[in-house]
Design a protein around this ligand. Structure first.
Ligand SMILES: [Zn+2]
Length: 95
């Protein structure tokens, strides 16, 4: 399962190749809200090297900051042949 939050510019329909590989895509429009704790954890050889607390959500496509209240898209990809439809996680990042 792949979860991404992307800005309007980076939101795209399911890629042909992913569809051919059996992926399904769920796209939910959200009004962004950063969770109370939002971090990027860097692992090196399985050890935590760096935990960065982010001030805003970041677009997983272009890396731009998504201030609270921005319109964005929560995109989920999964393969129904291998996993059940992922639980809803979008509301965690939406107002
Ligand atoms: Zn973007």
């Amino acid at each position: 399962m792949i979860r991404r939050i992307v800005c309007k510019e980076c939101q795209t329909p399911l890629h042909r190749e992913d569809a051919a590989n059996g992926f399904e895509q769920r796209t939910v429009e959200i009004v962004t809200k950063k969770p109370d704790v939002h971090t990027i954890t860097t692992l090196v050889d399985g050890k935590v090297q760096n935990v960065e607390h982010l001030k805003t959500l970041i677009c997983d496509g272009c890396g731009k900051q998504l201030a609270d209240g921005a319109t964005a898209f929560a995109v989920t990809l999964w393969r129904p042949s291998r996993e059940k439809a992922p639980d809803n996680w979008e509301q965690e990042y939406s107002q």
